[in-house]
Design a protein around this ligand. Structure first.
Ligand code: ATP
Length: 204
């Protein structure tokens, strides 16, 4: 049977418990063989560069997902053209594993404007989306997304409790000297503190 591969792209600046929880929920619910976490170099959906370096974001991901034998972290997007378009990553992964069935995990917030994604048509030829609700948003309105896209959006829905956490909020807390305990895995909190990753160095 074709390998079922769960792909999780993002900026992870820093990785937080919203990320770790949704990846585990998706893995458990989707019957995947393995998962790959792909930190981007520059997100096409965000302005500016991440605050933490590529190496720091990669190391924080390794700490956050250590112990999950089905999960690996890939630095491939660091070495690809920028910004890190999802379609380029999917094309590369598909060429490496032609028979694999690819699923791109994302929060409902990022797919509202899916029709605007670079080569959206090609993305859905290569992969299905695994969509998790975020914040107080209900299930995304797939009819609306599909109307804008002009075709069906292949997807599965991942049921997960709402985690009202964002990397932005974590960076904001750090720069104003507030605690982040409980919002990121402990080893990540420790790493941020020890390496003074974000300006105020007050991880807890
Ligand atoms: P930022 O606040 O810097 O924009 P972020 O917290 O949204 O960052 P990203 O690295 O940009 O984190 O997110 C990667 C992916 O994880 C996206 O698909 C995003 O929708 C999803 N995601 C992030 N946080 C959550 C959360 N709390 N619940 C559900 N999905 C999330």
């Amino acid at each position: 049977m074709a390998e079922k591969l769960l792909l999780f792209g993002g900026t992870f600046d820093p990785v937080h418990k919203g990320h770790t929880n949704i990846l585990q929920a998706a893995y458990q619910q989707g019957g995947f063989d393995r998962a790959i976490v792909l930190p981007n170099a520059i997100s096409p959906l965000k302005t500016g560069s991440p605050e933490a370096s590529n190496a720091q974001r990669f190391e924080m991901l390794e700490l956050a997902f250590s112990g999950l034998e089905w999960c690996s972290i890939s630095d491939m997007e660091f070495n690809m053209p920028q910004p890190s378009y999802t379609v380029n990553t999917l094309e590369k992964l598909k060429s490496e594993s032609p028979s694999a069935q690819l699923f791109w995990l994302c929060g409902a917030d990022v797919i509202k404007e899916f029709h605007m994604w670079y080569r959206a048509d090609k993305i859905i030829e290569l992969a299905s989306l695994a969509v998790v609700k975020r914040d107080s948003a209900r299930r995304p309105d797939f009819a609306e997304i599909e109307a804008k896209l002009g075709k069906k959006l292949p997807h599965i829905i991942i049921d997960s409790p709402l985690y009202d956490i964002s990397s932005t909020e974590i960076r904001r807390r750090l720069s104003s000297g507030n605690v982040i305990s409980g919002l990121v895995p402990e080893a990540v909190e420790q790493y941020i503190k020890e390496n003074n990753v974000y300006s105020a160095n007050s991880a807890g």
